[in-house]
Write a protein that binds this ligand. Structure first.
Ligand code: IVH
Length: 690
């Protein structure tokens, strides 16, 4: 049937087979190993060749073909999918202190009292997505199902096929029948990009990566699911059978199972550890909680599993939960609370920010009473009203945020928020620039709120660093002592200061000294302290190094400003606008006249590092930095970080267990550096005087 030869005299059956193997192999390298070895263009060319052949020879089509990831049409309903091995949940250890781990270990030790020495566990991350069961027959994916009630779920094969990280065909020697369990999730960067796209299309955004992932998996139309960037980690094997239907399990530990899953081509998260006893578990818990915010995806805790499969079998299950595993949760980063009021705050640059005053709620490890709503459009988009129940999120050091309201719980008479047309502090007109989301007070430094914020910023640690000059004092100075602009600070004497509330002679004298000492500063600090809109610490540093002195910067044209690293038209215009204002020129002059000074820098145009403009590839495990950290530092030093080694690579940053990338670099004579070398080179940056 398929004996006909094509134009090039090649048997299409052979070529189709060859192309599918190539595509499976390189998809595995790309999606699972994160180590692509061919260009996207080459991959696409093979893909298109295969598509053309399958079109010309319909008899060669197969559901396991890489071309069949996105199936044709939408379903009307999901088919029921029963689980031969029930999909269990795990008991949750509620004590979210590291000690919660010893409660679990104590219980295991009691039950396994005949086992000598500490018990061995596999400690894993608890991915915050949704559980999936994948069935493979003779190495080919035939069904993907959600958990459902644990016994019967929904058949979502059409959507799961679209996920590049889910292998359609397994590698190596695979049992005849497999049921693999794992988690479908969405990476944080993919989630942010997806929400950005939704905003651009004026569509509803997703509350968190988990909801976005769950929504995508439960799409009836696979074409929609295919557009949602989903990822996958395998974490257990429910059952494996040989051709005769006999259960197969030649390995003896869970850690070996994970290794086997990886060998078959599944993505297995490499952050699991084999640990011993309660100390091992607690250590893992602490390590992961400290790294939680830097991970590329959300987790809501860790999972501990007894490593020995024999011991797992001995312990068995109780009320559909395994007795040999526990989920140890971290403090929640999202909680529901109520909005008591929506206040409007005025910032340093006059921006009016709606802020939700909340029923105090413990989230992300702190009690939150206020959460930003960013701007008018955000309030409208999230549809937050006074009295509403809302989801509040606080992850890491990020400021708390209202992610969504829960309109089902809304009070009947609730009113929509309207942005005031006048500044709530000075009463000046508030305006919204065309095309911008922010509303601003037009009062400038005539607005007390803006003056206070400007002074607070000027005195802050990374700016002029005037210790002891905090919010309270500044409020009084502005209210009672006629401090109107930045240079007025340098006119204050100890008598004025000592007359202020809760201020003794000694602290007044200390403050005068601090104000005096702040005059001896650096150019990056001074530029930052001026509080120019869009000029943060990094831009201030870049400007200082580029121009060397203030006069050059003050006179720079927009075109000249655009030459500075990371300065775009908006920033350039804001800088120009600032220095064009006569009040600002006078304020700077008065500051200099009061004795504020800094050493002139050598203008370097661009702060150069050995990495500036270079392409760097990272491989292996670095001794102290994670890859994300190394990447961020390289990028900050002006490098481009690429995924694979080619002739264009300038350096390979290699850690322990570096594999094929290192070989490739050696083959192409690409210089290889280690973490220590990178540290040294980073220090050879233009000395930081900031
Ligand atoms: S093992 C028999 N391992 O947590 C044990 N589950 O109730 C089965 N989860 O929704 C689960 N990360 O999808 C296991 N490393 C991990 C996990 C994990 C997340 C989810 C799982 C389920 C829930 C367990």
């Amino acid at each position: 049937m398929s004996q006909s030869l094509d134009l090039f005299g090649e048997d299409p059956t052979v070529r189709v087979q060859q192309l599918r193997e190539l595509l499976h192999e390189h998809a595995h390298r790309y999606y699972v190993l994160d180590d692509p070895q061919v260009t996207d263009a080459q991959y696409d060319a093979w893909f298109q060749e295969l598509e053309a052949l399958e079109k010309a020879h319909p008899e060669l089509r197969s559901s396991a073909s890489p071309t069949q990831r996105v199936g044709g049409h939408a379903l009307d309903v999901f088919a029921a999918a029963s689980h031969e091995v029930p999909m269990l949940s795990i008991r949750t250890e509620t004590d979210s202190r590291p000690e919660g781990a010893s409660a679990f270990n104590d219980r295991i030790c009691r039950e396994l009292s005949d086992v000598t020495g500490p018990i061995e566990y596999v400690a894993e991350l608890k991915f915050d997505g949704l559980a999936i069961s994948l069935i493979y027959e003779n190495g080919v994916l035939v069904r993907a199902a959600t958990r459902g009630d644990g016994m019967v779920g929904e058949d979502v094969t059409h959507n799961i096929r679209t996920i590049g990280q889910v292998p359609l065909k397994l590698r190596g020697d695979v049992p005849a029948w497999l049921d693999v369990r794992g988690e479908i999730y969405m990476r944080r960067d993919d989630f942010a990009a997806l929400n950005q796209r939704q905003r651009e299309l004026a569509q509803k955004t997703f509350v968190n990566p988990r909801n976005a992932a769950a929504g995508a998996v439960r799409q009836l139309d696979p074409r929609i699911a295919a557009q949602r960037p989903l990822s996958f980690f395998a974490y257990s094997l429910a059952l494996a059978r040989d051709h005769k239907g006999q259960t197969q399990q030649p390995w003896t530990t869970h850690a070996q199972t994970l290794q086997q899953l990886a060998d078959w081509g599944f993505p297995v998260c490499d952050r699991y550890r084999v640990v011993k006893g309660s100390e091992g578990l607690m250590g893992f818990y602490q390590l992961v909680s400290s790294e939680r915010d830097t991970l590329p995806f959300d987790i809501d805790g860790v999972v501990y599993k007894v490593n020995s499969l024999d011991l797992q079998r001995r312990m068995g299950f109780v009320s559909r939960e395994p007795r040999w595993a526990v989920a140890h949760k971290f403090p929640a980063q999202e909680m529901v609370t109520r909005v008591l009021a929506i206040d409007v705050q005025v910032g340093r640059t006059g921006k009016l920010t709606p802020v939700a005053r909340l029923q105090p709620v413990f989230v992300g490890g702190v009690t939150v009473t206020y959460a930003t709503l960013h701007n008018e459009d955000e309030v409208r988009r999230k549809d937050v009203r006074v009295g509403d129940s809302v989801i509040v999120r606080r992850a890491g050091d990020v400021i708390p945020e209202v992610v969504a309201s829960i309109p089902e719980n809304r009070l009947e008479n609730s009113v929509e928020f309207v942005m005031p047309h006048h500044c709530p502090v000075c009463g000046s007109e508030a305006f919204r620039e065309p095309g911008m989301a922010d509303v601003r007070c037009s009062g400038g430094l005539a607005c007390k709120a803006q003056r206070q914020e400007a002074l607070l910023h000027f005195a802050s640690r990374k700016a002029m660093n005037i210790e002891g000059l905090g919010e309270r004092l500044i409020e009084q100075l502005v209210e009672l002592h006629g401090v109107e602009s930045l240079p007025d600070l340098y006119q204050l004497n100890s008598d004025t200061l000592a007359s202020m509330e809760r201020m003794g002679d000694k602290s007044a004298q200390n403050l005068v000294t601090a104000i005096h000492q702040s005059k001896n500063t650096t150019l990056p600090r001074f530029i930052y302290a001026l509080g120019i809109r869009h000029v943060g610490e990094t831009t201030a540093k870049d400007l200082a190094h580029h121009f060397g002195d203030l006069s050059g910067l003050m006179q720079a044209t927009q075109e000249q400003l655009l030459q500075v690293r990371d300065v775009g038209p908006v920033v350039a215009q804001s800088i120009r606008h600032f220095f064009d204002q006569e009040v600002n020129q006078q304020a700077i002059q008065r500051l200099v006249d009061s004795g504020v000074h800094w050493p002139v820098l050598e203008a370097t145009a661009l702060p150069q590092t050995p990495f500036t403009g270079k392409t760097v590839v990272i491989t292996g495990t670095l001794p102290t930095w994670s890859r994300e950290e190394a990447k961020a530092m390289l990028e900050a030093a002006g490098a481009k970080v690429a995924g694979s080694v080619s002739k264009k690579t300038d350096f390979l940053l290699a850690g322990a267990d570096a594999g094929s990338k290192l070989e490739k670099a050696l083959e192409l004579a690409v210089p290889v550096i280690d973490e220590g070398q990178m540290r040294q080179w980073l220090q050879s940056d233009v000395p930081d005087q900031g």
